[in-house]
Design a protein around this ligand. Sequence first.
Ligand SMILES: NC(=O)c1ccc[n+]([C@@H]2O[C@H](COP(=O)([O-])OP(=O)(O)OC[C@H]3O[C@@H](n4cnc5c(N)ncnc54)[C@H](OP(=O)(O)O)[C@@H]3O)[C@@H](O)[C@H]2O)c1
Length: 299
Amino acid sequence: MSVQDENKLTKIKNSLESRVVTLPDGTSLPRIGQGTWYMGENPQMREREIKALQLGIDLGMKLIDTAEMYGDGDSERLVGEAIKGRRDDVFLVSKVYPHHAGLDMIAKACENSLKRLGTDHLDLYLLHWRGRVPLAETIEGMEKLRKEGKIVRWGVSNFDTDDMKELWNTTNGKNCMTNQVLYHLGSRGIDYDLLPWQREHHMPIMAYSPLAQGGSLRRQLLTDPTIKEIAEKYAVQPLQIALAWTIRSNDCLAIPKAVQEEHVLANAKATIIELTKEDLNRLDEVFPQPTRKMPLDII
Ligand SMILES: NC(=O)c1ccc[n+]([C@@H]2O[C@H](COP(=O)([O-])OP(=O)(O)OC[C@H]3O[C@@H](n4cnc5c(N)ncnc54)[C@H](OP(=O)(O)O)[C@@H]3O)[C@@H](O)[C@H]2O)c1
């Protein structure tokens, strides 16, 4: 590797270390982590996916997000293989199905996730979305797992503002560490009330699909002239600007999924981009902030 390349890598690592979000328990995490949806499902892609996750960890994107749902456990198995021998370098997140979130089922679901991941604890366990199990029961199950050391902390996913308020008013609900929701430049409904509510309660958002699934959920992120101009100014790609936008403040962490090596590098590099007030204003003009309550975007 040339000295120039080494300098570039050091710069990426430094920015991932310094641009962090802080969870309510004081844990600091780099603002970009790694998603794993659809990984582990195609044996021909396996080696490449493992290498991508390992490269991401090497660069400092230590948070890895998976779920029992992804490929019926195949994603967790793949992550387990990728982090073998380096569990302590990783902040491991998995999610429980809502229909497994009752007091008895959650212990079994967690145990199965731990087995597939080849570890004895999760750093964060999320309720994937809200189902029929009462919140109080899920919280009790989460707290029990926490006391047993099977999980270090817990959170939720796909919760809208009213769900968060209800959670907050449930016994031990304030122990929730984050809410993982869809958030990208082309889908910013949460800017209206959920993000402000979480800010007020010092709980960061974990943004999923921060690249709008490579732009397929919102083509404009790839083609819009303003985003292209800003990308040219920083000598990066439009989706790196979209990612830099998602992590523009210290209360949002994004978890892009990338299998291609150049995508992993590009995503890590996005932490270096600190958008100016002027950039943000220009992006607001094309992708305006919501002026009324929007239903939570979910995929
Ligand atoms: N809680 C929930 O309900 C929920 C829902 C959806 C997702 N998630 C989590 O969030 C993660 C991320 O969301 P996502 O997978 O839906 O979509 P995403 O991260 O927005 O986009 C992933 C797609 O973008 C491509 N890509 C990655 N980096 C790129 C770059 N720098 N330039 C151009 N293309 C790039 C990837 O291609 P390659 O893979 O070919 O590199 C892949 O096709 C998931 O993997 C999952 O862990 C959670």
